[in-house]
Ligand binder design. Structure first.
Ligand SMILES: Nc1ncnc2c1ncn2[C@@H]1O[C@H](COP(=O)(O)OP(=O)(O)OP(=O)(O)O)[C@@H](O)[C@H]1O
Ligand SMILES: [Mg+2]
Length: 319
């Protein structure tokens, strides 16, 4: 298997994944996958649509059980019988695209939900607000922790999710396509927060189809293709074209594919607008077109005519 970069690092491994296999009916989603993430680094998990990235992340967060394989976090075996909550307590926190925040509760309540500071058997609200303020400041956020989460932008809600992971003393924060719904300024803020936490020794697994982000924010990478481990290495040791080649399994003539993608994007824009007109208020596109749009995004194709994606892929084209 290909390895890029020296592989010799002073940082010890935090996560060690070996030989993970997962079969769905008719699909071998993962076949002998391995991955290592060091302490205090951002690790990109890369692969084309359907490569098995989300399946691996779900196994790590205990939302799914692997058929085979093993993983350790900080030297401790992650038992297949564990629940997602137990995995969180072990220090592995996953942030999904559809956030797990409670919109009608305050930022502070969301940050400390399930681990509220107590005093004489009651929630210590003063401590909770003070802790929240300190936590938000450490993430570079100046928002009042007493505000309801529903008033926050998508980017700020994502920060609250990260804050929640920090409040639970996460060692490894897993993010599946965290920037799919963010504008470029918001992506910058997110990367700043990730950089700050990395300096404090927190590790990240970062799934993205935007390879420019890998260069910007990630230290190392693992590439999956059709459920199989293909390569790993140091981001500094590879060019973006190397990553594309590893992901698709052959050289790609970039400009030709980008041109094709643009034609597809235009077609989809027309379909999206037509659907929006015909089907209001249900202005959603199909999962299939979302998947295909993600394929185009990894070629650097921008989003449809300035439309802003919010939340899950299912409402990617919300008008
Ligand atoms: N619950 C499921 N039941 C059946 N097949 C599934 C299920 N979840 C995923 N798969 C299949 O497993 C394979 C890997 O899917 P997965 O979602 O892990 O890919 P991915 O790398 O995250 O792709 P994407 O970049 O599109 O998010 C795909 O062929 C997918 O169709
Ligand atoms: Mg996925």
């Amino acid at each position: 298997m290909a390895k890029f970069g020296s592989g010799v690092s002073p940082k010890p491994n935090l996560l060690d994944v070996r030989d993970v296999c997962k079969q769905f009916p008719g699909v071998k989603a993962l076949d002998g996958v391995e991955m290592q993430v060091r302490k205090g680094e951002v690790h990109a998990l890369l692969g084309e649509n359907g490569a098995g990235k989300s399946t691996l992340l779900k196994i790590l967060s205990a939302a799914l059980r692997a058929d085979r394989g093993e993983a350790t976090l900080d030297g401790v075996t992650l038992e297949p019988s564990e629940t997602p909550r137990e995995r969180q307590r072990a220090g592995l926190v996953t942030i999904y695209q559809e956030f797990n925040l409670l919109p009608f509760m305050s930022i502070a309540e969301n940050l400390y939900l399930g681990c509220e500071p107590e005093r004489r058997g009651f929630i210590d609200w003063a401590a909770m607000h003070d802790n929240s303020r300190a936590l938000l400041t450490s993430l570079g956020l100046s928002v009042d922790p007493r505000r309801d989460v529903r008033h926050l932008s998508v980017a700020h809600q994502q920060m609250i999710e990260i804050g929640r992971a920090v409040a639970r003393q996460a060692k490894l924060i897993v993010m599946d396509e965290p920037t799919a719904a963010l504008g470029s300024r918001e992506v910058e803020i997110l990367h700043g927060v990730i950089g700050g936490l990395k300096a404090r020794g927190v590790s990240f697994i970062y799934v993205t189809h935007r390879l420019d982000e890998v260069k910007m924010v990630c230290d190392s990478f693992t590439v999956l293709r059709d459920g199989r481990y293909v390569a790993r290495g140091e981001v500094k040791a590879v060019e973006t074209s190397d990553l594309v080649r590893l992901m698709v399994g052959r050289d790609v003539e970039f400009s030709k594919r980008a041109r094709t993608a643009r034609v597809g994007e235009t077609a989809l824009a027309v379909i999206g607008v037509a659907r929006a007109r015909l089907e209001r208020p249900a202005r959603h596109c199909t999962e299939r077109s979302v998947d295909r749009s993600k394929g185009w995004r990894d070629l650097g194709v921008r989003r449809l005519g300035g439309r802003r994606a919010h939340g899950t892929g299912a409402n990617y084209f919300r008008g």
